[in-house]
Design a protein around this ligand. Structure first.
Ligand code: ADP
Ligand code: MG
Length: 602
């Protein structure tokens, strides 16, 4: 078989799509010790993929050799195979890429006066020249699969191929926080991250909103060091989108260890949801086997069972530390109060017809909002999480809201005397009940109210938007433009009507009630939110947008509310279909009854 045919066949294993090339080139740059790496992409990699690094570079001889199959510089003897610290070691990436694309290489080592430039076509070097350049390497890959039309036609649309590339880029950038990365697509900067610590890197790559979601975990033992973050349970998703697992700085898929992480979250997230995490394991290289898969994202550990147990315990501990406050502590995160009966319900889109005759206060026979649902089912996992941290009885007093709710709570509001509402910390609205108090989280409650209102408008399609007198134009990044185009239709049915232009959008109409001076902010946050959403998550785009819009427009914590506004908020909340939880499944209110007070005075 001629060499170039063998290369083409082998290439198929290494290079499935533009993103595979990106991965190999980025990893080579890292192996070369670069601390600044730039990725340049055109047309989702179909036209151009270029990686520029400031690493070790190659001398002219190595530069010529590196395109030969098995030309790795990383394994000199069999023993090396068991001590791998580098990403690549098979020595076939560059050979494979050169077999199916037009490749050029520029490279210079620090001690050389000049660098060298090579052009490779059909696996053969067609040009070699000396050039002036900085130390490092630039690999340019053009016209991927130019000689295999079947493969080229098999590529997906630009949007999808670009997503894959971004995914590879993100994995590499997350694994190497001390390296500065830049990614440019069609002349627009998609990412530009400087050397930083791990937390900053995660936030820079996964989005500013990630910061508040992170719970640190840390453990060091002889067999493994675990570092990184898990996402708070409330941010669990139906998809596995936010799961990043690195072993010795390499992105890895490990269903087994993923299971350990899920086990640590047991009882804290709804069935069918997956926890998010960015975890970094370090293990001695000779105790792992990463050579079991051509794309090398799977791994075998010698000490699999111990690592499983350790990972699970470490994460449980991390989660426990982040929230050990019992009972009602106004500053704590509401995550752990998510009602569990709700978890059993299928994630259906809330229906929105509103019964105008519905009076939340009119049914004294039915169960109280605050009634607990099947506490025995929940408590074992709760208490096990907190064993040794807090007295068991503290957990008995956590108030869970059930979703099987209706009136009794409010029967006293039938009382002709007007109820007095008041605000504390400009954050909670409190009013009295026959038997105690209700504490409403003003922001979360308002999100629920707005969310149901938006859904209602969307489904009824009634007079959702108001035209803007002078269409408002604003520029977007390339990534934002892509998203804006994709969600145009859904935006339209929400009431945001816009046209695309060359560098952004022209806004023509807004949903009723959205002030024009906030329009840009809102749209940007919707685009941002959409980007963080996983399409497989199962929520409809409209639902996701209604949640995001509600979140953006809701009364904030810290906002002073007039007495009537407080009362209005409570009334509107209890006219909702699901008043007890926010669109993000956090409780919107808690109740305290006299027995809670009795305990305090014991
Ligand atoms: P592998 O990474 O598995 O060794 P590759 O085909 O990816 O195989 O690369 C072949 C060789 O080319 C590497 O072993 C390395 O010596 C050299 N090389 C590739 N890219 C670079 C780079 N960006 N800087 C310096 N050397 C490189
Ligand atoms: Mg390599």
């Amino acid at each position: 078989m001629p060499d170039h045919v063998a290369n083409q066949i082998a290439a198929g294993e290494v290079v499935q799509r533009p993103a595979s090339v990106v991965k190999e080139l980025l990893e080579n740059a890292i192996d070369a010790g670069a601390d600044q790496i730039t990725l340049v992409i055109k047309n989702a990699g179909k036209t151009l993929i270029q990686v520029i690094d400031n690493g070790s570079g190659m001398n002219a001889v190595d530069a010529r050799l590196c395109f030969a199959r098995h030309a790795t510089s990383k394994i000199k003897q069999a023993d090396d195979l068991f001590q791998l610290q580098t990403k690549g070691f098979r020595g076939e990436a560059l050979a494979s890429i050169a077999a199916i694309a037009h490749v050029s290489l520029k490279t210079k080592i620090a001690t050389a006066e000049q660098g060298v430039r090579l052009v490779i076509e059909g696996s053969a070097c067609t040009k070699e020249e000396a050039i002036v350049m900085n130390s490092g390497t630039t690999v340019t890959v053009k016209n991927l699969f130019y000689n295999i039309p079947a493969r080229r036609n098999f590529l997906k649309g630009d949007h999808i191929e670009l997503k894959h590339i971004i995914e590879e880029f993100q994995r590499v950038a997350l694994a190497h926080h001390a390296i500065a990365f830049k990614m440019v697509h069609n002349e627009a900067d998609l990412f530009h991250v400087l050397a930083s610590n791990r937390r900053q890197r995660i936030v820079a790559i996964l989005g500013a909103k990630t910061n508040e979601k992170l719970v640190p975990v840390h453990e060091e033992t002889e067999i493994v060091t675990v570092q990184g973050f898990v996402l708070k349970p409330e941010f669990a998703k139906k998809s596995r989108g936010d799961q990043y697992f690195f072993v010795n700085d390499r992105f890895i898929k490990s269903p087994y260890l993923n299971h350990a992480i899920a086990a640590a979250f047991e009882g804290l997230i709804k069935p069918g949801y997956h926890p998010g995490y960015v975890l970094y394991l370090s293990v001695p290289p000779q105790t792992i086997d990463i050579n079991i898969h051509p794309t090398k994202t799977e791994i075998k550990f010698e000490e699999e069972k111990s690592i499983y147990a350790l990972l699970r315990a470490t994460i449980k501990h991390g989660l426990g530390q982040f929230n050990i406050a019992p009972v009602i502590d106004f500053d704590r995160d509401a995550t752990l109060e998510t009602p569990y009966a709700y978890a059993q319900k299928p994630g259906s889109m809330p229906t929105i017809e509103v019964d105008p005759g519905f009076n939340p206060f009119a049914n004294p026979e039915s169960k109280a909002y605050s009634q607990r649902s099947a506490p025995s089912e929940r408590e074992p996992s709760w208490s096990s999480l907190y064993v040794g941290l807090k007295a068991e009885e503290d957990f008995q007093s956590i108030e869970f809201e059930s979703d099987e709710v209706t009136g009794q709570l409010f029967d006293t509001l039938e009382d002709p005397a007007p109820k007095i509402c008041f605000q504390i910390q400009n954050k909670y609205v409190i009013t009295s009940l026959k038997n105690g108090l209700i504490v409403v989280h003003q922001n979360l409650a308002h999100r629920r109210i707005l969310y149901e209102r938006f859904l209602r408008r969307i489904t009824m399609q009634d007079g959702v938007s108001q035209q803007i007198l002078f269409p408002q134009e604003f520029a977007l990044s390339a990534a934002q433009t892509l998203t804006a185009q994709n969600i145009m239709e859904s935006m339209d049915s929400m009431g945001f009507v816009y046209k695309m232009n060359s560098d952004g959008i022209i806004l023509e109409a807004l949903p009723l009630g959205v002030p024009q001076h906030e329009a840009k902010d809102i749209i940007l946050s919707l685009l941002d939110n959409e980007d963080q959403q996983d399409p497989q998550e199962g929520f409809s785009q409209l639902d996701v947008m209604a949640r995001a819009l509600a979140k953006h427009m809701a009364i904030k914590s810290g906002q002073i509310l007039a007495a009537e506004a407080q009362e209005h908020l409570i009334n509107e909340l209890f006219a909702c279909k699901e008043p007890s939880i926010s669109p993000e499944n956090r409780p919107t209110f808690v109740t305290l009854d006299s027995s809670d007070f009795d305990k305090k005075f014991n």
